[in-house]
Design a binder for this molecule. Sequence first.
Ligand SMILES: NC(=O)C1=CN([C@@H]2O[C@H](COP(=O)(O)OP(=O)(O)OC[C@H]3O[C@@H](n4cnc5c(N)ncnc54)[C@H](O)[C@@H]3O)[C@@H](O)[C@H]2O)[C@@H](O)CC1
Ligand SMILES: [K+]
Length: 494
Amino acid sequence: MREAHDVWQVRAAEAALMALLPDGALMERAAAGLAATCAGLLGRVHGSRVVLLVGSGDNGGDALIAGARLARRGARVDALLLAPQRAHAGGLAALRGAGGRILPADALGFPAAAHDLVAAADLVVDGIVGIGGRGGLRAPADDLARAAAQSRAVVVAVDLPSGVDADTGAVAAEAVRADVTVTFGTWKPGLLVDPGASYAGAVELVDIGLQPPAPVLRAPQHVDIAALLPTPARETDKYARGVLGLAAGSERYPGAAVLAAGSALRAGVGALRYLGPRAVADAVVSAHPEVMAGSGRVQAYAVGPGLDTGEEARGRFAAALDGGVPVLVDADALTLLAEAGPKALEGVPGALLTPHAGEAVRLLAGLGESPTRADVEAERLTWAVRLAAGYDATVLLKGSTTVVADPRGEVWVNPTGTPYLATAGSGDVLTGVAGALLAAGLTPAEAAVAGAYLHGLAGRIASDGDVPCAASDVSAALPAAWRAVREAGAPDEE
Ligand SMILES: NC(=O)C1=CN([C@@H]2O[C@H](COP(=O)(O)OP(=O)(O)OC[C@H]3O[C@@H](n4cnc5c(N)ncnc54)[C@H](O)[C@@H]3O)[C@@H](O)[C@H]2O)[C@@H](O)CC1
Ligand SMILES: [K+]
């Protein structure tokens, strides 16, 4: 599990550690890790050209001290100071002592000369701001960030790409686009959640000895998901594995039911009961003969894909909420829920809501909040947490990064996925998978986390690196995703 901590937690953990260590020791550890990564990226350090972008805080200090280490190994290191009067004094002395050049960014006929230096560099170190950054980059840092993006140099961000909000991943204006981010002590939420995550490149975590408390955000890995996946026992039967009631599809949208059903079957339901109009039931059963049409005992319901919002759909939604079992609410059922408000979920033993940003806006309106879709996409953690608290339900907010929040405020971010999953029917597949896991007895949060993970992984497999895929292909790739996760979770063979 990757664990991320917010700025407040990082600062508290740093303070506790610094009290035990000699002055500057922590920054030396951070800079040593940073320099080692830079050296690895350069291959040959001697003779290489390194440019440091140095802001006014300790993030710039890290860059300067790492730069000194590289200079001692023969790199030509130029530090461009954005705020010469306030640059880290110890870092400046270290770099000077190692033979590096120190240049106020505006003293060279900026921006032309600074641009030339950045353009000719092999490696650019972004030490403009770290966890002390507020808002988007201001001039002239924004201009240097653009120059770094245009240069052929490898761009290494110190702690996090400057301009990315450490706690939310929001990018207010310009931010550095890093190839690699070297982060210290723990992950920051902004490195895991878009848009920030898409600026970070490959992230390397350097252990500096921090001992932070429980994380504010977790990103599961294969082994964590493997531990959640149900395995049928020898003496199991289909009821013990979990029966899912699927209220999906309508005469207008029969395909949603077919896709969700196929995906639930591949995600290990013991049995699937389809609830909906005759014509749709026929289509579902003819695509998946395993499916039972009609109501009966179930361990969970999944309701919403292609449901429609007319009278008949409302009846199916109400019946699912009345079933006394956990319910996954998606798509059209989210529209109905937004209309009815959180009280509609009272008495449901475990609800999982799976909105995209547009549906989240509707649900938030039901709570008296009025963010736009863009607001939700810019600060998805904040809004997912708010929805989970307001509806007293687990919320899986879909999008370029999918996040899961439970009503107690625990939050996860899904690390799998591909932009090719932005295709019609993709959400129906996710509903099938997460619904099956809910029926198998996973908690709503576990079902959401594991469902999103498998769905994202299946998407990657179906798009085979870089090939468009249909939602049916994603569904068909679920067994391969399951297998990959299972294999990673299996104990090593001797
Ligand atoms: N405290 C410690 O002992 C350690 C801190 N470390 C480093 O220290 C960093 C935090 O240092 P600081 O607290 O000094 O803060 P930062 O260096 O992140 O930034 C603070 C400075 O940036 C300026 N600034 C803020 N937002 C800006 C914006 N949008 N555009 C331009 N300038 C902006 C502020 O005026 C302030 O002077 C971490 O990210 C990490 O890199 C590491 O060395 C590990 C140890
Ligand atoms: K930085």
